[in-house]
Design a protein around this ligand. Structure first.
Ligand SMILES: [Zn+2]
Length: 83
């Protein structure tokens, strides 16, 4: 099976993750891909083994739970839902 990187966004080490989420890590030859979680704005590291040939690809964007509207401590409203 060949990995075809079409118009998908692939990030290089040193670039900053545009959004938090799960990224697929694509190593150069020494290892199969795996997934990691990255925080928004975090600069992507280079690999200890394949250095700057490693690539990161956003698989699934996710935001920290405290940033989610339904989990924010809203002042005032008690988060009450009427059915
Ligand atoms: Zn590597």
């Amino acid at each position: 099976m060949q990995v075809t990187a079409m118009a998908e966004h692939v990030f290089k080490p040193g670039e900053k993750a545009p959004q938090a989420g799960i990224y697929k890590v694509l190593h150069y030859q020494h290892r199969l891909y795996h997934e990691v979680t990255v925080l928004a704005g975090q600069s992507l590291p280079s690999c200890r083994r394949c250095g700057k040939d490693v690539r990161f690809q956003l698989v699934s964007a996710a935001s920290p739970v405290e940033d989610d509207a339904d989990f924010q401590q809203a002042p005032g409203e008690g988060g009450k839902q009427s059915t």
